[in-house]
Write a protein that binds this ligand. Structure first.
Ligand code: MN3
Length: 199
């Protein structure tokens, strides 16, 4: 079964002024759509056609680089959209407890996350992950790799993920990646993050 581009759960302009409508429109309709098309082409006729995108990522070392790049692109962006919300807010409940246990407090977690996002040279992603023992950690990956992949340096289940490719912010923020990262904290969907942490 072919992969499809998921609908955004909000309007293109829902996250303004933090993430502008034109960036959302191009990011979703052009960039993510291209990952879906190229992934479907890359897995056509292979056993990966029968797998979920999560299972493809977990076994990514078995597949050609086109599957790694576009499968990662599809998984990462599908996740990214659900982790954004105009509602904003802050973490609570079990997720807040885990953040405090791992980092001391929310601000310290954000400082470490911001450093991972700023320090990723070139294109990639910053992540807050839950590792196999249930503990939170911060990591980053190059290109469209992610922490589910068997080739990832630090593996875990993504709780938060931030796209730091220039296509995610250049129209509004140009070279100011740290400003984009700071603005993104205003539109994190903490309810979705809490659900991911609990699962
Ligand atoms: Mn992107």
């Amino acid at each position: 079964m072919a992969f499809t581009l998921p609908k955004l759960p909000y309007d293109f302009n829902a996250l303004e002024p933090h993430i502008d409508a034109r960036t959302m429109e191009i990011h979703h309709g052009k960039h993510h759509n291209a990952y879906v098309t190229n992934l479907n082409n890359a897995i056509a006729g292979s056993d990966a056609e029968k797998l979920s995108i999560e299972d493809i990522c977990k076994n990514i070392s078995k597949y050609p680089v086109a599957v790694r790049n576009n499968g990662g692109g599809h998984y990462n962006h599908s996740l990214f959209w659900t982790l954004l919300s105009a509602k904003g807010g802050s973490p609570s409940g079990a997720l807040l407890d885990a953040i405090n246990a791992a980092f001391g407090n929310v601000d310290e977690m954000k400082t470490k996350f911001n450093a991972a996002a700023a320090g990723r040279f070139g294109s990639g992603w910053a992540w807050l992950i839950k590792d196999a023992s249930g503990k939170l950690a911060i990591t980053s990956t190059p290109n469209q790799d992610n922490p589910l992949m068997d080739i990832a340096e630090t593996k875990g289940t993504p709780v938060l993920g931030l796209d730091v490719w220039e296509h995610a912010y250049y129209l509004n923020y140009q070279n100011r990646r740290p400003d984009y990262v700071a603005a993104w904290w205003n539109v994190v969907n903490w309810d979705e993050a809490a659900k991911r942490f609990a699962s």
